[in-house]
Design a protein around this ligand. Structure first.
Ligand SMILES: O=C(CO)[C@H](O)[C@H](O)COP(=O)(O)O
Length: 207
């Protein structure tokens, strides 16, 4: 299973600093949606230039204009972009078309989708490289939230999937047992007192 760090910070400078601290322990560097909204596509280029050997994941959360949004992010240096599972099939197909043109990939984020298993199969058929079984920061903050629903959906869908939803040291083993291809950790790394140590421990827990 691969490890993806989600950088939900707000400046390119902070993102570069965090990426520099944790890159050796992760496979995929995700630039979070708030970071891209704050800094624009230039943050993608800055991170790719600093870490050309890493997969750079631009969390665009595209909902419309799939081909256009994916195209500009790939041109900026992204290897993977996200499109929302709630988007029209034509939006997902458009992003996949751009990915094929650049030899890159599209990840479909199933945040907010009730029937994640059915939609996962549909978007995989449309050409998604993998789906993200995702509970966003707001959903995670609700009382009683846990990862189990995401893990069950991932195991049941039988398509390549990542899990994002506050994954931490105590839960990353369950993510691996569920058969995930990628574990995404944001707050557990960038919110830690020592992000490099946190990333190293997460990596060690899945090796
Ligand atoms: O995409 C996101 C929010 O929409 C986050 O980047 C994702 O949820 C991972 O961060 P965390 O581990 O803190 O949940």
């Amino acid at each position: 299973m691969k490890l993806q760090v989600a950088i939900d910070l707000l400046t390119t400078e902070a993102a570069l600093e965090l990426a520099g601290q944790v890159a050796e322990f992760v496979d995929i560097i995700e630039l979070g949606t708030p970071l891209i909204k704050a800094e624009g596509l230039s943050v993608i280029t800055a991170i790719k230039n600093a870490h050309p050997d890493k997969v750079v994941f631009a969390d665009l959360k595209t909902m419309d204009a799939g081909e256009l949004e994916a195209d500009i992010a790939f041109k900026a240096g992204a290897d993977l972009v996200t499109v929302l599972g709630a988007a029209d099939d034509s939006t997902i197909a458009g992003a996949v078309k751009a990915a094929k043109a650049h030899n890159k990939g599209v990840v479909v984020d199933l945040i907010g989708i009730e029937d994640k298993v059915t939609r996962a199969k549909e978007v995989r058929a449309l050409g998604a490289k993998f789906v993200e079984m995702h509970a966003g920061l707001d959903e995670q903050a609700k009382p009683g939230f846990d990862l189990n629903g995401l893990l069950r959906a991932g195991a049941e869908a039988r398509v390549p999937f990542s899990v994002a939803g506050g994954v931490k040291l105590a839960t990353i083993g369950d993510v691996q047992k569920a058969g995930a291809d990628v574990a995404v950790a944001g707050g557990a790394i960038y919110g830690a007192a020592d992000p490099a140590l946190a990333a190293k421990q997460l990596r060690a827990a899945i090796n």
